[in-house]
Design a protein around this ligand. Structure first.
Ligand code: SPV
Ligand code: MN
Length: 626
């Protein structure tokens, strides 16, 4: 006999947890929970009502279960993911698509029926011996047109703990919304664990996304990008909803850039993973709203953005006291922080690569016991921390937190910035001619050299429109069309800029800019948003005058900025730009239903580049355009 879902809940939940769940009067919530309790068969079940007591329970559970260990500084813990489970798994992340639905070849999918069958077989009894944590959250501020309620089921105390740090609690939201069927669902199991409490069966790691039921299944993995439902898993569901409803879900930071006379201009910025998004959002002279995911809606003709999250799951490699004082302070004070895949010394302190500190010769890291020079199975030397090692902390820990984080209406977007890891083509900062040029020749033309944030070979140049490719649940042409359309609805369009923090010298291959130079680029863009200063028109966009940058370098960094550096950095590299133009055009030629505007904008840019080449040659110093 098939049991009624209420019977299952009565049988499997203890009195207190049953009471907490029943305050949410939503049969759909109850039936989903009952279904997966029955199917995954956990030993114990905890319902989180988002109170301090519940948060405390989960925090302690992470220590009890061994998924996190306490460190020397109060509030700090460390978590390890398996050696081969250190990044997002693109290969095994798939959309479950009903027959006849095609999202294009760049988006991985599997037949829905087949995928559901496979994932449910993998999940059968998978939580045996584990505790199941059932949590309620809100993506975006609560009581807002932006908010999306979420239900998370996970048997990983680390995942539940991370979400408690990163997201707004939504238990009350669920109570208030009653029988509402619109909420995202995430069912996660870490599967069997090894002696280090890391997922053992990673050959059976799967992340399957079901757009039909707003559900993501994730099994046999712990790495945050594969498991933290509200992060990249929710993003794929949200992009699908946004497309239908005419708003945007973007892989973007949100920051307040502080201009003259206390003016604050909000910027959103899209960068592929590990390309400076968090460090930009954290600039110590500006204020942070968010560092990873933004929802943007048109409200009364204005583009407004909210941070979907309230915490940071940031890359730790390279954070040092000189370049990143704000993050450095947070990481060394008594905050609730989960460090992941860093080195832990015998006395309980953490270390990572890319600081100006000495690193101990031995300790514990994602490979187990670690010593300097240790090699892995493939004979590669194991660094002290994984390049994708991270820290998880609430935004409220940062002294440069912007006051608008929880504004249910979001902030007005004054500018949108696109950037990638590009060693040879784009100048450090440039402004698009208009919305269409920005969306197409900047956002939809991002290429980035691959980093350790995804599994696979680093350094390969990859096409990544709006840095959102990994998360698109609609076809690329449709996504671009939606972006174009979004701008057309606005009575005040944000300006669009492109930045490149990674441009190198053509001969020496050395980086041409320093990490903190970006502070200046943002001050320049802020002035441009308000048309406070003129700029130089080049074939690829408007670039700064030397004098303006010189003054801003002096004011912002107290640094002398030489004309020589300026010329090298802002030299328009015609051959590289033409090659890029051709690469991008080819990519779009091979897609179905691409708007003709895409080709028009690319062709116009090509014409401008050819004309400039004819007049000035291949490598054109900026002053030639004055
Ligand atoms: C990214 O890789 O873009 C991240 C971390 O923000 S993850 O959660 O893995 O997506
Ligand atoms: Mn990200």
């Amino acid at each position: 006999m098939i049991k009624d879902f209420m019977e299952i809940l009565e049988e499997r939940l203890d009195r207190e947890n049953y009471r907490k769940l029943m305050l949410i009067k939503n049969p759909l919530v109850h039936s989903i929970i009952a279904k997966y309790i029955e199917h995954c068969n956990p030993k114990k079940i905890f319902i989180s009502d988002g109170t301090r007591k519940s948060l405390e329970y989960i925090r302690e559970a992470a220590i009890r279960s061994g998924e996190e260990k306490k460190l020397k500084i109060k509030g700090h813990t460390v978590h390890f993911d398996g050696y081969y489970d250190q990044a997002r798994d693109r290969e095994n992340t798939r959309f479950l698509l009903p027959k006849g639905v095609d999202l294009g070849s760049s988006i991985k999918s599997i037949d829905r029926e087949e995928g559901l069958k496979e994932i449910h077989e993998l999940m059968h009894g998978i939580m045996y011996g584990h505790e199941l944590y059932i949590c309620f959250y809100s993506l975006g501020p609560t009581n807002s047109v932006f908010s999306i309620p979420c239900l998370q089921l996970t048997d990983s105390s680390y995942v539940a703990h991370s979400e408690n740090i990163l997201y707004r609690q939504g238990y009350k939201e669920f109570i208030e919304r009653g029988e509402n069927k619109y909420f995202f669902r995430f069912i996660h199991s870490e599967g069997r664990l090894d002696e280090y409490k890391t997922s053992k069966d990673i050959d059976k790691r799967r992340i399957y996304i079901d757009l039909e039921e707003d559900t993501v299944y994730s099994v046999n993995t712990q790495y945050g990008g594969n498991t933290i439902g509200l992060k990249k898993l929710a993003m794929r569901l949200a992009i699908n909803h946004a497309a239908k409803e005419g708003w945007l879900t973007e892989h973007m930071l949100i920051m307040g850039v502080h201009g003259p006379k206390n003016r604050v201009t909000y910027f959103t910025g899209a960068f592929p993973s590990m390309c400076g998004k968090t460090s930009t959002a954290m600039l110590d002279n500006e204020t942070i709203v968010g560092d990873d995911i933004a929802y943007i809606r048109e409200i009364d003709g204005i583009a407004r953005a909210v941070n979907v999250e309230q915490g940071v799951f940031g890359i730790i490699k390279g954070i040092n006291s000189k370049d990143d004082p704000v993050q450095w302070d947070v990481l060394h004070s008594e905050n609730e922080i989960i460090f992941s895949n860093v080195l832990v010394s015998k006395n309980g302190f953490v270390y990572w690569d890319g600081t100006n500190r000495d690193i101990p010769k031995e300790g514990f890291n994602h490979s187990g016991e670690w010593w300097s020079g240790k090699k892995d199975r493939e004979g590669n030397e194991i660094p002290c921390s994984h390049p994708n090692a991270r820290f998880t902390v609430a935004l409220k820990a940062f002294k440069n937190l912007d006051s608008e984080l929880d504004n249910p209406k979001g902030v007005e977007v004054g500018a949108i910035v696109y950037g990638g890891r590009d060693s040879d083509t784009w100048v450090p900062v440039q402004e698009a001619f208009n919305w269409e040029h920005g969306i197409i020749a900047k956002g939809a033309s991002i290429e980035s050299e691959r980093t350790a944030a995804v599994l696979g070979r680093e350094g390969v140049r990859e096409f990544n429109p709006m840095s959102n490719l990994d998360f698109l649940s609609i076809s690329i042409p449709r996504y671009i069309e939606i972006n174009l359309e979004f701008g057309r609805k606005l009575k005040r369009q944000p300006k669009i800029f492109a930045v490149n923090y990674f441009i190198r010298d053509r001969y020496t291959k050395k980086y041409l800019t320093e990490k903190n130079d970006k502070k200046v680029w943002y001050k320049w863009m802020e002035l441009r948003v308000h048309n406070d200063i003129p700029a130089i028109e080049t074939p690829t966009g408007y670039i700064p005058y030397y004098e303006h940058l010189k003054a801003l370098f002096r004011k912002t960094l107290n640094k002398k900025y030489s004309k020589r550096d300026y010329i090298k950095q802002f030299m328009i590299r015609i051959p590289e730009n033409l090659n890029k133009n051709q690469r991008i055009r080819r990519i779009y030629e091979n897609m179905k239903d691409v708007s003709t505007v895409v080709f028009d904008v690319l062709d116009e840019e090509k014409e401008r580049l050819i004309e400039a080449e004819r007049r000035y040659g291949d490598y054109i110093p900026p002053q030639s355009f004055i």
